[in-house]
Design a protein around this ligand. Structure first.
Ligand SMILES: C[S@@+](CC[C@H](N)C(=O)[O-])C[C@H]1O[C@@H](n2cnc3c(N)ncnc32)[C@H](O)[C@@H]1O
Length: 270
């Protein structure tokens, strides 16, 4: 994993939240919020919360007495989340690395993490940290994207970007968000970290947009793929975004389009 893969800053947080979140994250955030709320936890820690799509879905489902701590590695993502949150004061916001959580042992009933585990350089450390801060009978609820071939717009954008740099393709999307999807290996890692029981569900949905430029712009400019493109060719970002839109349009059509997205949801119990 490159150092730049976890760099969500500059223009990325706003484009991510305005364009990419409605495209691919919203559906999974509702699913995550329902799963967490159904446990009726007294305390919840959210890690890698990003621009807060899960926080916005989950906070209204939790009683006001429930302690809800929302964290992310990148302060610009967390500030975007905080600004968008209607009841921001009832939440504890903190910058935190999911591999070194600044909380004591046996503190939370649920740790939840939407599409963040893939960004940890050492997943085992991340599992152990979640296990450590959970109380007896606690649950670690998280999701990961499936392989890039099952996430159609991401796959198409990656192919377009590779055409521009055949000797050194920018493969952020395949390497990191879509690079950690072996459900069996993940279940084994969780059991080795101490979780007694792990449930996994594969959730498929449709990513919908009014036109092909929207997913092209979202992936090229609202994710760390932007950093990789800019490192390789200053001034090529808009050209590659337009080429990605043209390629999506060729396959998915003009006007309102939709493409498959797929992820795995894990519920690991102590
Ligand atoms: C794809 S985003 C997911 C954000 C949010 N959960 C969502 O569903 O939109 C990945 C997030 O992981 C965060 N991140 C990367 N490395 C991290 C780490 N070591 N600890 C905590 N968060 C991390 C990034 O800042 C980014 O906000």
């Amino acid at each position: 994993m490159s150092e730049q893969d976890k760099n969500f800053s500059g223009s990325i947080p706003d484009i991510y939240d305005d364009v990419l979140v409605p495209l691919i994250f919203q559906h999974y955030a509702q699913d995550m919020a329902r799963r967490v709320a159904s446990v009726m936890p007294e305390s919840v820690l959210e890690t890698a919360a990003g621009s807060g799509v899960v926080t916005r879905a989950l906070a209204p489902l939790l009683p006001s007495v429930t302690r809800y701590v929302v964290t992310d590695l990148n302060p610009p993502m967390l500030s975007r989340a905080q600004r968008q949150q209607p009841d921001a004061d009832r939440i504890e916001w903190a910058q935190a690395d999911a591999m070194a959580l600044p909380y004591g042992d046996d503190t939370f009933d649920v740790v939840c993490c939407q599409f963040g585990m893939m960004f940890l350089p050492d997943k085992t450390v991340g599992y152990r940290e979640a296990f450590r801060v959970l109380r007896d009978h606690g649950r670690f609820i998280f999701n990961v994207w499936d392989r890039i071939e099952d996430n159609h717009f991401a796959h198409s954008v990656t192919a377009t970007a590779a055409r521009f740099f055949p000797d050194d393709p920018p493969v952020f999307l395949a390497r990191t968000p879509h690079g950690f999807h072996d459900a069996e290996a993940i279940c084994l890692g969780l059991r080795n970290a101490g979780f007694a029981h792990v449930d996994v569900n594969t959730v498929t949905a449709e990513s919908r947009a009014d036109n092909a430029y929207i997913p092209a712009f979202a992936y090229c400019q609202g994710t760390p793929l932007r950093n990789e493109i800019e490192e390789r060719g200053a001034g090529l970002l808009d050209k590659i975004t337009e080429a990605a839109a043209a390629d999506i349009e060729r396959v998915f059509g003009v006007g309102p389009i939709s493409g498959k997205i797929q992820g795995h949801v894990f519920v690991a119990s102590i």
